[in-house]
Design a protein around this ligand. Sequence first.
Ligand code: AMP
Length: 219
Amino acid sequence: MSMYLALLGAPGSGKGTQTELLSTELSGLFKFSTGDIIRSEIRNNTDLGQAVSSFLTQGKLVPDEVIIKLFEKTITDDVLLSGIVSDGFPRTKNQALSFLKKFSNQKYPLIVLSFDIELDQLMNRLLGRRICSSCNAVYHTLTKPPKVENICNSCGGSLIVRADDNYESIKVRFNEYQNEIQPIKDVLAPYIVSVDASRDTLDVLNSVKSVLSPYFKSA
Ligand code: AMP
């Protein structure tokens, strides 16, 4: 059994970490991370990367027409067959409508996990975050340091601070999130399961697993 799964939550709410922790269970699903795709385009200095880079550094959302085009291009018939885990999309009401249109009444169930957490808990999480420049694995200077300083445990890549993980950008991203989240929840309401994301990583993981266990491929 597969699924169409989306993770909603403020920056730093732990969506990416949980996706990584569930990677074995979710391995058959196509991973759609708009943030990872965009950062890779910026690193490779493509036309798309050049067009969107200033949005990222300022913490602003990339315009819907760019992101929805990326979504439509990426979600092929093969992806519909394999199922999907979407981290970072949808982020606006229009994106939520595209998401709903694509995945409701399809082969597999549609599940939207909403990672709920108070915004004031998030600043420290984001300011200490480091990501692998090669495989995008996520670390934290205090709560999840790598074994060797600034080196990724999984692939040996170097760890970097995201360009948008600074105080000013984080504030802009929080505001964007607060403005956009309710309309998204309204569109996707029948599919949403809330997860208390203020707890530590393993407690959150257990909740997520119990929500998703009926849908895992091995189940
Ligand atoms: P993330 O890695 O998901 O936190 O995304 C990093 C940045 O990429 C965001 O702050 C936005 O600038 C941009 N971005 C990622 N996903 C989207 C999206 N679905 N819609 C608009 N902008 C996005």
